[in-house]
Design a protein around this ligand. Structure first.
Ligand code: ADP
Ligand code: TYD
Length: 204
């Protein structure tokens, strides 16, 4: 039986990385030894993808170059990690996937959606995540959480207007595909968010 593909999304500072390892651990406990939970991330997830991540997060570049490199890293990630794991029947949890490209390069930077859809079809064919958890917070909350937490990378140093467009595009996509998305109010305390995640785990 084919595995299940789950993605975690949200603007920087929304808190998705905080919950990913915990969620994966809970899921593995529920599944027992028969099926493995593979956690991974984008951009990255493979040796080449992690090299591309360094360029993407730190080098200024043309916005189309940025989108193309995101999808190049994704092509490798699908071929090397995601597809083989799903074919084995494993569960895959990725910290970001294609929704991030639509939100950041599309919403944030303004790259035309049709361009991204063309690349999406090329790289993924019909493959979509089975479930996407969108950790949502207002910009002020996200930026307050990031302030002092870590040195900002190229994206984290973007303007409030950029993140406002990025968040809006995430929310638009969630509305467009309600069967795939779960919207998580990430302004709440971590323990409360975990309760919501437990309910989601119970429904899987
Ligand atoms: P993301 O992966 O979405 O960029 P992180 O998980 O790295 O965000 O969280 C960013 C910062 O916010 C971290 O310092 C983390 O401890 C803090 N944080 C995450 N979730 C919450 C929460 N629900 N309440 C308060 N602080 C949080
Ligand atoms: P992330 O791993 O969430 O950063 P961190 O480890 O610092 O929390 O994501 C790296 C950055 O890459 C993030 O700012 C969003 C951006 N990104 C895009 O712009 N497009 C994409 O397609 C992906 C996958 C990420």
């Amino acid at each position: 039986m084919r595995g299940t593909f789950i993605t975690f999304e949200g603007i920087d500072g929304a808190g998705k990385s905080t919950h990913l390892a915990w969620f994966a651990g809970q899921l593995q406990q529920r599944l027992g030894q028969g099926r493995r939970v593979v956690t991974t991330r984008e951009p990255g997830g493979t040796a080449l993808g992690e090299d591309l991540r360094q360029l993407l997060l730190h080098r200024p570049m043309h916005l189309e170059t940025e989108a193309l490199l995101m999808f190049a890293a994704r092509r490798e990630h699908l071929a090397e990690v995601i597809e083989p794991a799903l074919a084995r029947g494993d569960w895959v949890i990725s910290d970001r996937f294609t929704d991030a490209t639509f939100a950041y390069q599309g919403g944030g930077r303004g790259l035309a959606r049709e361009r991204l859809e063309t690349l999406e079809r090329w790289v993924q064919g019909d493959l979509q995540p089975d479930l996407t958890l969108l950790f949502d917070v207002p910009l002020e909350v996200a930026s307050a959480r990031l302030a002092g937490a870590r040195e900002p990378d190229k994206f984290e140093a973007e303007s409030a207007a950029f993140f406002s467009r990025t968040r809006a595009e995430y929310l638009r996509r969630a509305e467009e595909a309600p069967a795939r998305f779960r919207l998580i109010d990430s302004t709440r305390p971590i323990a409360e968010i975990q309760k919501t995640l437990e309910q989601i785990l119970a429904s899987l």
